[in-house]
Design a protein around this ligand. Structure first.
Ligand SMILES: *Cc1c(COP(=O)(O)O)cnc(C)c1O
Length: 379
């Protein structure tokens, strides 16, 4: 089969989607699972979503609106862009793929962060593009100088997750201005704000839409209903583009009914209950601080937590993450051991409900703090 595939396809890494709760239940024989691997929203979607979906259940025989008209009209005024500049995807990952399908040819250069969101590399490589990945600083922050220098060399696309997944670090407003100033007009800036609903609460987080508005340059800001809005299971993301012409290009490469009816209905209902989203996001930011405090109180030597503006923490365990992850799984806790080269000592853990966060902190204390049993200290 490998000979039948395009040469770009076989070497592609497989996206690491992690273990399902059922797989962990079966494999480790635990029944209470703490799902802290996928940055899901433990508060769930607005109750308005369940009501809207119950009504929809009797109307499933017709095709969905191929243009997501109602949803784009609802999103438009709140993001300050006309509906023609909004694209909706089957998750924002769908929009990342559309961008690569529409814009990239073999040999085009794409700039990304590493460690980073796997699909920022996988989709460009699928098109035969060359990926340049920038490293973090030793303090686990974006390297602003390196970004400005690499941007000034004019990649076709720059994928910037702000804040970063998996690190949680962010470009603040001043740094964002420097990035914009450094970027030639021939580069499409893709600002992936999957964690916007959390990050907007962090002091200094840039208003990217305001900073980009009226710049005569191509850009797209991506957001999603998967995280702050609690709809990861239904797959809805959206993008706000510099120009309706970019959306028209994406329309040519997407599948016509890319966002199913349940997804459109649910996203519209969720969007109508901003207070629910806001409450969950604020709670999560508060719980993130308690989780950091809990981890710090363990006083584990070598443990380091990257500052985070998102709903997860990136933790340097100071030792290989594989055995620690196994010990967590055996206790029914699913986190994400990072697999990119140079980061095999790191674990990403989502901020969940208080009981799950406490279980995680307690378990990590047991696993990392445990002294070898039965050994005499030789007194
Ligand atoms: C979670 C995430 C997404 C997207 O998710 P969808 O569920 O496809 O909308 C996109 N980018 C980053 C950086 C993410 O962490």
């Amino acid at each position: 089969m490998h000979e039948m595939a395009r040469p770009e396809v076989s070497p592609l890494p497989v996206y690491n989607a992690g273990l399902s709760s059922d797989a962990v239940r079966t494999r480790y024989g635990v029944d209470r699972i703490a799902r802290l691997a996928s940055n899901e929203n433990p508060f769930g979607a607005s109750p308005a979503v369940a009501r809207a979906l119950a009504d929809l259940a009797e109307h499933l025989s017709t095709y969905p609106d191929a243009n997501c008209t109602a949803l784009r009209q609802a999103i438009a005024p709140r993001v300050g862009a006309e509906p023609g500049r909004i694209v909706v995807g089957n998750g924002s990952e769908d929009i990342l793929q559309m961008l690569c399908l529409a814009l990239l040819s073999p040999g085009d250069r794409v700039l990304v962060q590493r460690p980073g969101f796997g699909l920022h590399e996988i989709f460009p490589k699928m098109m035969g593009a060359e990926v340049e990945a920038l490293a973090l600083t030793p303090a686990l922050e974006f390297d602003l100088d390196a970004w400005c220098e690499a941007l000034s060399r004019g990649p076709k696309i720059a994928m910037i997750a702000n804040p970063s997944n998996p690190v949680g670090c962010m470009f603040d407003a001043a740094a964002f201005e420097r990035l914009l100033a450094a970027t030639p007009h021939g580069t499409l800036l893709v600002i992936d704000e999957a964690y916007y609903e959390y990050a907007r609460l962090a002091p200094g987080f840039p208003d990217a839409l305001a900073a980009l508005r009226d710049r005569q340059r191509p850009w797209i800001v991506l957001r999603t209903f998967s995280k702050g809005w609690g709809l990861a299971g239904l797959r809805v993301g959206y993008g706000i583009a510099s120009d309706a012409a970019l959306v028209a290009l994406l329309d040519r490469v997407r599948t016509p009914f890319n966002v199913n009816q349940a997804a459109q209905t649910a996203a519209l209902a969720a969007w109508g209950d901003e207070a629910h989203m806001d409450h969950g996001a604020r709670e999560t930011v508060r719980l993130r601080a308690s989780m950091i405090a809990g981890l710090n109180a363990l006083a584990l030597p070598g443990l380091r937590i990257a500052p985070s503006a998102a709903n997860f923490l990136f933790i340097d365990l100071g030792r290989p993450n594989g055995p620690v992850n196994e010990a967590l799984l055996a206790r029914g806790i699913i986190a994400k051991p990072w697999k990119e080269a140079g980061y095999e000592h790191f674990l990403r853990v989502s901020v969940g409900l208080p009981a799950d966060n406490e279980r995680f902190v307690h378990a990590l204390g047991e696993i990392l703090g445990a002294r070898p049993q039965g050994l005499s200290t030789g007194a």
